[in-house]
Design a protein around this ligand. Structure first.
Ligand code: F6R
Length: 610
């Protein structure tokens, strides 16, 4: 979603801000802008553009901002008002003395807007954000920090803010209430950003601003205050993230790079978490005694992370014999879930900043449940708000379509299920051994599939003209069907539906004719024959079949138009392997259609508003 970058230092801010904004492109946006306080006369100059940052760069060539070493910039993902230049951030107040960038939503903006309009403030945009600039102007009595503090106390919603003023060419103010914002500490320069990769080439000294904190930054230092205005202490983290982990390293797209990183991510996870026949879940923060007391589990997540949770439900129920309920976070938070102290809530999120998942976790904790999260981003809001956190350590995921984060979430769910099954004494040591042996084979199985890249690309291209896809799976690969369909629709824009194959006759089969492609996930399993029957029913209606099948299955060739083979592994583990060809099919169809694979239209990498 929206990206914020701010700079105060001794260098020209424009190239620094533009470069950092580019590193936030992956979050998804539809317009952008930059505002700088001129070193000479302290006037604030502002430039905005609709569409890509390149449009802004081109515009700046003809309309330069002039030199200035204090500035804020923004990539906007439209919520209130269309993605136009007028609605793009930063936003001025009427006197053009104050300039703000905002990420999040101001829920009481209409009320504040009506009040300020009556006082004579003129609004130019349709955004909720513009009220902040006018409100600061209204409350300003010569002290910028105080005016921002007072404004923040009046705003409702969740947001991150950057503020500059022509009256204060030596100040950059930042505030956080619910949306991520970090501070980068440099030498004679300081930064704010929505995410660490934006400023990784400038500094590795990072302060994670907490909810309700407001920072006042000069070229020399940073002071942080709480909402009441009391100075608070803060910790500077030394971030060890590698710069190349946020670069494409020769791959055509981040998504492809991240698909290729999966064997490494998984083998690193299993090497660090499996010690002999023991599963080591550092960060879980629940002792064996606590795990024994759990009577049920609720999983909350969104999108791809939700699909990982669905697989988790099958696995945990099978291995630990505990009932698992799963909800998309946005539904969980608005119903009246039956949970108590004996319920364990597992929140799954790559970013750890997904607004609905955070709200679901708060709801669960308020009801007394223990919450653990499976999360990729270290120090994220979700990690901080959970009782325990199992980090997937998959490295930064930049492509909007989630790939390596998904398989890492699956890996962690398998490990957790085995651990719980052992603690609950539901697993025989021989079964633990089989699963552990199976898990250790997964990275290599994924590598084998990646070697089929050319073949998968060919199959994808040959089917890229279809206007509708169905994905079918059964049992533990039903979630794989959902995930395959989600990947495809996200980046190819082709309508795609995932179904449990057993549901076909209850409606979806009406869709089948020669213009539909049906991807069937049909590895050797207890439901193999049932899947073959479904495939025959589709063929009888002229649907085109792409089968994801187990190596050595020659029978499937008679039924499918295309077959992609995956290595045979322990049956329960097939989802972690079967999803890889699905990711590649989506990727190559998107490429064949000429789409923007890494930044698909309308999507944001982390959904920080409801
Ligand atoms: C799909 C995708 C989204 C995310 C969802 C949750 O490729 O990326 O569906 O999975 O927005 O995001 P996180 O995992 O960050 O909570």
């Amino acid at each position: 979603m929206c990206g914020i970058v701010g700079y105060i230092g001794d260098k020209n801010a424009q190239p620094i801000l533009l470069n950092a904004l580019k590193r936030l492109e992956y979050r998804g946006y539809d317009s952008c802008g930059i505002g700088i306080v001129a070193d000479k006369n302290h006037k604030i100059n502002l430039r905005k553009a609709q569409g890509k940052i390149q449009n802004l760069s081109n515009f700046l060539k003809d309309h330069p901002l002039g030199s200035g070493s204090l500035g804020i910039s923004h990539t906007r993902w439209a919520t209130h008002g269309k993605p136009t230049k007028v609605n793009a951030h930063p936003h001025f107040d009427s006197s053009k003395k104050f300039l703000i960038v905002h990420n999040g939503i101001i829920e009481n903006y209409q009320e504040i807007k009506d009040f300020l309009k009556e006082k004579g403030y003129k609004f130019l945009s349709e955004t909720d954000s513009e009220v902040i600039a006018h409100l600061i102007s209204f409350l300003y009595r010569g002290n910028l920090l105080q005016a921002v503090q007072e404004s923040v106390r009046k705003l409702r919603g969740s947001f991150a803010l950057g503020v500059i003023s022509s009256d204060h060419p030596d100040r950059l103010i930042a505030a956080r209430l619910g949306s991520p914002l970090i501070i980068g500490i440099g030498k004679k320069e300081n930064f704010i950003a929505s995410d660490v990769p934006a400023i990784l080439d400038k500094t590795r000294k990072i302060v994670y601003l907490k909810d309700g904190e407001i920072a006042e930054m000069t070229r020399k230092g940073v002071s942080i205050f709480d909402l009441a205005g009391k100075k608070v202490s803060y910790k500077i983290h030394q971030v060890s993230l590698k710069l190349d982990s946020v670069q494409k390293e020769g791959f055509a797209h981040f998504m492809l790079k991240e698909i290729y990183e999966q064997p490494k991510v998984l083998s690193r996870m299993f090497a660090s978490r499996i010690k002999g026949s023991k599963i080591v879940l550092d960060g879980l923060s629940l002792k064996d005694g606590d795990l024994q007391k759990i009577k049920d589990i609720v999983i909350v997540a969104c999108g791809t992370a939700y699909h990982a949770g669905l697989v988790g439900k099958y696995v945990i129920e099978d291995l630990a014999r505990i009932p698992v309920l799963i909800d998309v976070s946005s539904e969980f938070r608005y119903r009246t879930p039956i949970i108590d102290k004996k319920t364990l809530v597992i929140a799954i999120s790559q970013s750890g900043e997904t607004a609905d998942t955070l709200a679901a976790v708060r709801e669960a904790r308020a009801k007394g449940a223990k919450v653990i999260s499976i999360c990729n981003v270290v120090g994220s809001s979700l990690a901080r708000e959970s009782d325990g956190v199992l980090y997937t350590h998959a490295g930064p995921e930049i492509g909007v379509a989630s790939t390596k984060a998904y398989t890492a979430q699956l890996g962690m769910l398998y490990l957790f299920a085995v651990k719980l099954g052992m603690v609950k004494k539901k697993l025989k040591p021989s079964k633990v051994k089989d699963i552990v042996r199976g898990l250790k084979k997964v990275p290599n199985a994924v590598s084998q599939i990646l070697k089929l890249k050319t073949k998968i690309a060919k199959v994808a291209k040959a089917n890229s003209h279809f206007g509708c896809f169905l994905f079918l799976g059964r049992n533990i690969n039903f979630p794989s069907a959902l995930e395959g369909a989600l990947k495809l629709k996200e980046i190819s824009y082709i309508p795609a539906e995932g179904y449990a194959a057993g549901e076909m006759k209850h409606g979806p089969i009406a869709l089948i004719d020669e213009y539909r492609a049906v991807v069937c996930i049909v590895p050797r399993s207890d439901t193999y024959e049932k899947m073959i029957s479904n495939i025959q029913e589709i063929r009888a209606r002229k649907g085109k079949i792409i089968a994801i099948a187990s190596e050595g299955d020659d029978v499937i060739k008679q039924h499918a138009n295309n077959v992609i083979y995956i290595p045979s592994i322990y049956k329960m583990l097939t989802p972690i392997v079967a999803v890889v060809p699905l990711q590649l099919i989506a990727y190559y169809i998107s490429v064949a259609r000429g789409n923007d694979v890494d930044q698909p239209r309308n999507l944001a990498k982390s959904v920080t508003v409801e």
